[in-house]
Design a protein around this ligand. Structure first.
Ligand SMILES: [Zn+2]
Length: 399
């Protein structure tokens, strides 16, 4: 194992310049969910160069792909995210997610037979919105997979030990209030004001926030609420989301938030319709065995792994994968990044030498984690048995 670890680290070293160019280019040309045309092509092209077979358009998603190497019994998937955020670019650092997974895949490629693995690097679009992995999971992209891995950047100060950490369940919705237009001065009393319903729903949700547990989250914004001051607004749209660390808590929270919208409709006389805008993101579960390999690897790089990264707000569609496949999704603290993710400042930190340096440590740790799981007989056997089979009648959640 020691010589294999050295060989894998050398593999990362060899691919460094190409992978850093890839991550930098993804950062420089941010593309939104489901529109990651250049980013997915560039990632797939580099994997093809490294000897992977590429199947584009996985699950009917044009910007997804599956890169495969090896025919071993243990099927391993590295997830390659590359979507950015509206207006703030790669403020979630998905260019680093892509770089770490691609580098790990390229370094492992020459050793897939020795490790007895089938290695997939799955291009997974639309993590920020749209639930790309939830769709890919439903559409068979993860069938037969025993292990799923990726890393995700965060601000400085979080430890590199993911054991027991999680991410919140989340659902996103669009509430549409419909009232009646009328002249705002000549006949305001004949109008039904949908913008008022939007305001009332926001006030009700704001008051509700005090009455829910501290780890619950509700966020919303008014997307549409009128078009001219001399017309009573007949239509208003509020986009909202709810998050909690268990599905049960999430569902209970959602019910209370829906009541805020219903109350706003009732009091204004508007009609209300609510639609889900994307699949529900499920809570994230970290696999303990994989977390132990990863943490040990990061410790050898001198990283702080003294305690678990713990729970903080946020969600990922990797949560859906983690509910059915043993998953590792560690948090990758970017040294010096003293600003929150989803800020302009973090977007800048995601393209610094410090970020790329820790991205390659992460790539090495991912490769060592996969090699460790594949060569530890008890773990290997357990993981092969837990391969994802959506058709199994007695399919249980992974533990
Ligand atoms: Zn992200």
């Amino acid at each position: 194992m020691a010589s294999l670890r050295i060989a894998l680290a050398e593999g990362i070293e060899e691919w460094k310049p190409r992978v850093q160019t890839l991550a930098h280019e993804i950062h420089t040309n941010p593309e939104l969910a489901f529109e990651e045309v250049r980013s997915s092509k560039a990632a797939a092209a580099l994997l093809a160069e490294g000897g992977f077979e590429i199947a584009p358009g996985t699950g009917g998603l044009p910007t997804a792909f599956t890169a495969t190497a090896g025919r071993g019994e243990l099927k391993v998937a590295l997830c390659v995210e590359y979507d950015a955020l509206p207006n703030i670019g790669h403020a979630c650092g998905h260019n680093l997610v892509a770089g770490a997974s691609v580098a790990a895949a390229l370094a492992l490629r020459p050793y897939v037979d020795e490790l007895g693995i089938e290695l997939k690097a799955i291009g997974t679009p639309a993590e920020e919105s749209g639930g790309g992995k939830a769709l890919l999971l439903e559409r068979g992209a993860f069938d037969g997979v025993s292990l799923a891995l990726m890393v995700h950047p965060v601000q400085d100060g979080m430890t590199y030990n993911p054991a027991g950490s999680s991410a919140q369940a989340m659902g996103r919705y669009r509430a549409t209030f419909v009232g009646r237009a009328s002249h705002a001065a000549a006949a305001p009393h004949l109008g039904i004001n949908a913008a008022d319903a939007a305001v009332l729903s926001q006030v009700a949700v704001g008051l509700l926030r005090q009455q829910v547990p501290g780890d619950h989250r509700i966020a919303l914004y008014v997307a549409e609420a009128g078009i001219a001051t001399n017309i009573i607004p007949e239509r208003a749209v509020v986009e909202f989301e709810c998050r909690a660390f268990t599905l049960g808590d999430y569902e209970a929270l959602l019910e209370r938030v829906l009541a805020c919208f219903e109350g706003a409709a009732l009091s204004t006389g508007t009609t209300l319709s609510i639609e889900a805008t994307e699949p529900v993101y499920q809570p994230l579960m970290q696999n303990n065995a994989l977390a132990a390999h990863w943490t040990e690897a990061m410790r050898t790089f001198g990283k702080d792994t003294t305690c678990s990264a713990g729970m903080s707000g946020g969600s990922t569609d990797m949560g859906n994968v983690s509910q059915v496949i043993p998953t590792l999704h560690p948090w990758l603290s970017i040294p010096g990044a003293n600003v929150p993710i989803h800020s302009h400042g973090f977007a800048a930190f995601a393209d610094t030498p410090e970020a790329y340096s820790v991205m390659f440590e992460a790539a090495t740790a991912l490769a060592w984690t996969i090699a460790g799981a594949a060569t530890t007989p008890s773990e290997r056997e357990h993981f092969i048995k837990s391969a994802y089979n959506p058709h199994a009648s007695n399919r249980k959640k992974q533990s």
